[in-house]
Every structure is written in C-alpha cells, then in structure tokens.
Design a protein around this ligand. Structure first.
Ligand SMILES: Nc1ncnc2c1ncn2[C@@H]1O[C@H](COP(=O)(O)OP(=O)(O)OP(=O)(O)O)[C@@H](O)[C@H]1O
Ligand SMILES: [Mg+2]
Length: 308
C-alpha cells in the first residue's frame, strides 16, 4: 500500500485540486474527496509530504460526522476503502492510494460562504480587533486580549476566494447573498456543530479555537460538507499550554512553523514559494503531531499498518 501520497491520478473526472485535497466526480451525484499528504504553512505548500496526514484528516472528519450523526445531515457515504471500491469497482487497482485518505460523498450545490465560528480570539480576528475593536466590521466588547475565549462563540462568515485569503463579510452581507432564511440556518447549524465539537475536544486536551464549515444543498436539504473540525480547517491548540494574552502554539503545525520562522529570521527564506527543503526531523515531528491529534481526539491510534 501507499504510505505517502503527493498528487493523485485516479481514472475519474477530477473536478478540483486544492492545496491538500484532490476532488473527483463519481457519476453526477457523488464526489470522491482524496486528502493527500501535502502540507502548507503560511499559505505556502511544502515540497515534502507528511506521512499519514491525509488519512488523519479524512478519518478525523469521518469520526466527527459519526459523532454528530444525530445532530446534522452530512455528505459522507463512506470513508472505508473497501466500501468505496464496492461502490466504484474501477478503483480496485488504486486501493493503496485510497486507503484511509478518501471519502465518498453526496455531491451538493455548495453555498458560496465559508461559515467560520470562533471560540477564541486569534489570527486575523485578533489582528482586526486589536487595530479597530471590530471583527468583520462588527464591534466586539472592549478590553479583550489575544486568545481570549468567546462565550458565546462568534459567527464570522467569509467569502470563498479562488486565490489568496478569504475575505470576511458581515452577517448582513451573507444574508444578501444567500437570503435571510438560509443565512440564519447556516449560522444556527455552524454554531451547533462548533459548540458540540469545542466541548468534546476540550475534554480530550485539544482546544478547537476556531473552525470553518461549508454547507451544500441537495434535494432541497442543507447538509454539512467538506472537511469537518480537522486541524486543517480549524485551529487546534494543546489545552495544557493555553494562556490568554499571547499567541498559542498550534497542536499540529508548530514544529513546521517554528522551523520556517527561524529560516525566515536567518534570511534564508522570504516567506513565499518556493519554500526551503524541510529537514527529515521537521517532517517527522509534524507527522507525530497529526497522529497525536487523531489519537487524543478519537481515543484510538490511527491504524497505520493498514496504510503503510
Ligand atoms: N459534498 C460536496 N459537494 C460539493 N462540493 C464539495 C463537497 N464537499 C466538499 N466540496 C468542495 O470540495 C472542494 C475541496 O477543495 P479545496 O480547495 O477546499 O481543497 P483543500 O485541499 O481543502 O484546499 P484549501 O486548503 O485551499 O482549502 C471545496 O471547494 C468544497 O467546497
Ligand atoms: Mg478547503
């Protein structure tokens, strides 16, 4: 089987290649999402691959969707390679590439808004707040400090940008784009899933500081799609190191970020592509973090023998 996968080339129509995932059409009503082991930091995709990262991402999404089964309709049909091959027999020769990292989904019409929920004040939100006291143009209470917890969490939608950074939009703007009823429903669902996820993860030593959901419509129903509460769609912080008033370490990418930062400070990297070549130790540390995140969250180690 294939332990490390960079890009995939499956005998299906590829509809998209993201920074991490390759997306294929399966007939007209299903999609196959395949998470590679590509890793990005500071918006630059590294040349090196992080073994098992794709499987960690896909299986974390699958795990959450099973946890959330009674709370929300979602797009997952299966994330099991044998079941995928049973559904799509022409993929039989590609089992090694698929195992662990792929999910067969219902294909939806995607709402063009990223539903961001923030439980802690961090990243671009902290930057905007510290400059103007607002988040996506809406005023927050005064006197907050970096990484402060929000109760209740803040819903801050963004538009999906083809390139570069997504742009925060006001809730008013979201209602104009989607209609008030749909916008309100997406906010309600996002808050519900995030709140449940934040509590579950916190009990297991991971703070999910913020996250991004996507929703789609199929047969008149709104369902949760894409990746769900993964380290790539969310900020994961180690709970035992949390201290408000400063930037928190990232549960998954901190070794990578620290090393890249040091390269930048030493003048060996300008922060743009192409990135510097990563030492094996940095790749190994990042790999370990993703596997730790999976185990801490789900309570069981990722089955890596099946994947290597
Ligand atoms: N059930 C679904 N129906 C339709 N589209 C979907 C579904 N699930 C996910 N998608 C779409 O699949 C695409 C995945 O590609 P995306 O560019 O996000 O990949 P990525 O590797 O996550 O990249 P990035 O890190 O830039 O987000 C998204 O555009 C998402 O809207
Ligand atoms: Mg994405």
């Amino acid at each position: 089987m294939t332990a490390v996968v960079g890009t995939t080339d499956l005998p299906l129509e590829r509809v998209r290649r993201g920074k991490v995932r390759d997306v294929y059409a399966v007939g007209s009503d299903r999609l196959l999402l395949v998470a590679s082991d590509r890793v990005s930091a500071f918006d630059v995709v590294m040349r090196e691959l992080v073994p098992f990262k794709g499987a960690v991402l896909t299986q974390i999404t699958a795990w959450w969707l099973r946890q959330l089964e009674d709370e929300i309709s979602h797009h997952m049909l299966t994330a099991d390679a044998d079941e995928i091959i049973r559904e799509v027999p022409m993929l039989a020769a590609h089992r090694g590439v698929l195992a662990g990292r792929s999910m067969l989904c219902r294909r939806t019409d995607v709402f063009p808004v990223e539903c961001v929920v923030r439980g802690y004040l961090s990243g671009s939100a902290w930057k905007e707040y510290s400059e103007s006291g607002t988040l996506a143009g809406e005023r927050l209470s005064a006197g907050l400090t970096e990484s402060d917890r929000f109760d209740p969490p803040v819903f801050s939608p963004a538009t999906k940008a083809e390139t570069g950074h997504d742009e925060n939009i006001t809730i008013l703007r979201m209602r104009e784009v989607l209609g008030a009823t749909t916008a309100d429903e997406l906010e309600r669902l996002s808050r519900r899933v995030y709140s449940r996820g934040r509590d579950v993860a916190a009990d297991r030593g991971i703070i999910i500081a913020d996250t991004k959901f996507e929703f789609g419509e199929v047969d008149g129903d709104i369902i949760l799609i894409d990746e769900v509460l993964t380290p790539d769609s969310s900020r994961f912080w180690p709970a035992d190191q949390y201290v408000a008033g400063r930037t928190q370490p990232s549960f998954d990418k901190q070794p990578l970020r620290d090393w890249l930062d040091a390269e930048r400070r030493a003048g060996r990297w300008d922060g743009n592509a192409p990135p510097p070549a990563l030492p094996d130790l940095v790749v190994a540390a990042t790999r370990a973090r993703y596997l730790d995140a999976f185990q801490l969250l789900t309570g069981t180690p990722l089955n890596t023998t099946e994947l290597s």
